[in-house]
Design a binder for this molecule. Structure first.
Ligand code: ADP
Ligand code: MG
Length: 209
């Protein structure tokens, strides 16, 4: 499966979810490639912070030809996760063209959800040429012990893109693990963050079998 993690907004969790989803897929025994398509190279920084064995391969490819190079780059891998760039550019378009499934992390705030209109239009543009393209929102940084507000649900329902049932809660372990180049599973194997990431992988694999 080829998964693009995309939102032109920064700080929504593209890199956090890319790294942890890649780790979760790798834990199933699959060969996983993470392509860092953000010129900032955060996923590469994550990999560089890591000591010990890699869980999966990370390569940097922040160029608008990623969809053309994917066959070559991704040769021999079962799953490819592409950590997308901020901003709407040809690079973001290329990531969509490369993907089978686009996941859009959004924070549960009306402002973030309104801002998602941009990435939704990009996906709709691409869907004209790529009928099989699938996409879904993933709510990230939900505040623990709160429900997603009705305003947020209504705003999301206005888009023609489904919302994953799995939500990822705001948890400090995501940042703590990242600082050491670890997945949350490695930092806190029995923690709630790990359970949520496993649920995300499971829902993704049911969404795009
Ligand atoms: P993006 O790649 O979209 O810019 P990042 O994944 O870098 O976003 O996340 C931005 C910041 O928010 C980082 O410091 C990251 O550690 C933190 N973060 C992301 N998701 C969570 C979460 N669920 N809980 C806590 N911190 C998070
Ligand atoms: Mg990032």
């Amino acid at each position: 499966m080829i998964i693009g993690m995309l939102n032109q907004k920064g700080g929504v969790g593209k890199t956090t979810l890319s790294v942890n989803l890649a780790a979760s897929l790798a834990r199933t025994g699959a060969r996983v490639l993470l392509i860092d398509a953000d010129p900032q190279g955060s996923a590469l920084d994550w990999a560089a912070a890591r000591q010990g064995e890699p869980l999966f391969t990370v390569v940097g490819f922040p160029r608008a030809t990623v969809h053309k190079e994917l066959n070559h780059l991704g040769h021999g891998y079962d799953h490819i996760v592409i950590d997308g760039p901020p901003r709407v550019t040809d690079l973001a378009r290329s990531v969509i063209m490369a993907s089978e499934v686009v996941l859009i992390p959004v924070q549960p705030s009306p402002y973030d959800i309104w801002a998602a209109a941009e990435v939704v239009s990009l996906i709709q543009e691409a869907a004209i040429y790529k009928e099989a393209l699938k996409s879904a929102f993933v709510i990230n940084r939900r505040i623990a012990n709160t429900v997603i507000g009705r305003d947020v649900k209504e705003a999301l329902a206005a888009y023609p893109i489904p919302v994953f049932e799995t939500t990822i809660t705001q948890r400090v372990v995501f940042a703590e693990a990242a600082a050491q180049g670890l997945s949350v599973h490695e930092a806190d194997p029995n923690g709630a963050a790990t359970t949520e990431i496993e649920a995300l992988r499971d829902e993704l694999q049911r969404f795009a079998p």
